[in-house]
Design a protein around this ligand. Structure first.
Ligand SMILES: NC(=O)c1ccc[n+]([C@@H]2O[C@H](COP(=O)([O-])OP(=O)(O)OC[C@H]3O[C@@H](n4cnc5c(N)ncnc54)[C@H](OP(=O)(O)O)[C@@H]3O)[C@@H](O)[C@H]2O)c1
Length: 250
């Protein structure tokens, strides 16, 4: 039996990048996966096809994570799909790195609504469904910038710090029935930071200053998420697991 055999998991932001790799890894470990996306239907369908080729059941579900009513409908549909919901991973997110003088109310609201409130509403909607699972677990996605500061991108850093504290508070509130953990990735090569990792000088600078000597790949995050959802982590809750090549240690 694979580690996540027969469990149904909703992964938000699973059309691309880290969420996509998480969906595939969960499918590889035996889970059935609801692949959420916002607008990139073609990419989401490709992830579903890849999962089905692995033998996993998969379905693609759209929702704008900034809209609480869409989030509720998304989670209800994911739970109705196979009549159960065992896990939720909240990977949908956006990054904006502008300096504080350039952060207008719309930009602030967009980042907070997507990254912070989107995570909260997804978890909130999932709780009633997860309560009936014997394996209920939630994994949120923060960032190295949730606890280590950088100049610029203050709304993003505030949102990610909020996700880490939200994780701890939820873990306490939902114990012992539902475990809640967070993964905090470092620099991972995805669309989100394409400009950075395709700039050879910046790419090499990050690789050089990372103790483990390279950028992260989405699969590095996916295996950590699968571990936290699975049977090897049944006494872990409220944790924030860095997956960053040791960058903050340097
Ligand atoms: N990449 C990194 O270095 C890094 C580092 C630390 C943390 N993270 C975090 O990891 C998570 C995933 O990042 P990524 O690099 O994989 O990003 P990505 O490649 O840009 O993918 C973003 C995903 O989020 C979805 N999304 C964006 N806005 C949405 C909205 N309003 N409603 C619903 N879905 C929305 C996108 O859907 P569509 O495809 O439909 O647009 C896509 O599936 C984010 O929370 C990010 O903050 C990333």
């Amino acid at each position: 039996m694979a580690d996540l055999d027969g469990r149904t998991v909703l992964v938000t932001g699973a059309s691309r990048g880290i969420g996509r790799a998480i969906a595939i890894e969960l499918g590889r470990q035996g889970a059935h996966v609801a692949v959420h996306y916002r607008s990139n239907a073609e990419a989401a369908r490709a992830v579903v096809a890849e999962l089905r080729a692995l033998g996993a059941a998969a379905t693609d579900l759209p929702a704008d994570i900034r809209r609480p009513e869409e989030v509720r409908a998304l989670v209800d549909r994911a739970a109705a799909w196979r009549g159960r919901l065992d896990g939720v991973v909240t990977s949908a997110g956006i990054f904006r790195g502008e300096g504080t003088a350039e952060v207008d109310p719309k930009g602030w609201a967009e980042v907070l609504a997507t990254d912070l409130e989107g995570t909260f509403r997804t978890v909130q909607a999932a709780i009633p469904h997860l309560r009936s699972s014997p394996h209920a677990a939630i994994v949120t996605i923060s960032s190295i910038l949730g606890s280590h500061a950088e100049g610029g991108g203050v709304p993003y850093q505030a949102a990610k710090a909020g996700i880490e504290q939200m994780t701890r508070a939820l873990a306490l509130e939902l114990a012992p029935r539902i475990r809640v953990n967070c993964v905090a990735p470092g620099f991972i090569r995805t669309d989100m930071n394409r400009a950075a990792h395709t700039d050879p000088a910046f790419h090499d600078e990050i690789a050089r200053s990372t103790p483990l000597g390279r950028w992260g790949e989405p699969e590095d995050v996916a295996s950590a998420v699968a571990f936290l959802l699975g049977p090897e982590a049944t006494w872990i809750t409220g944790g924030v697991l860095p997956v960053d090549g040791g960058l903050p240690l340097a």
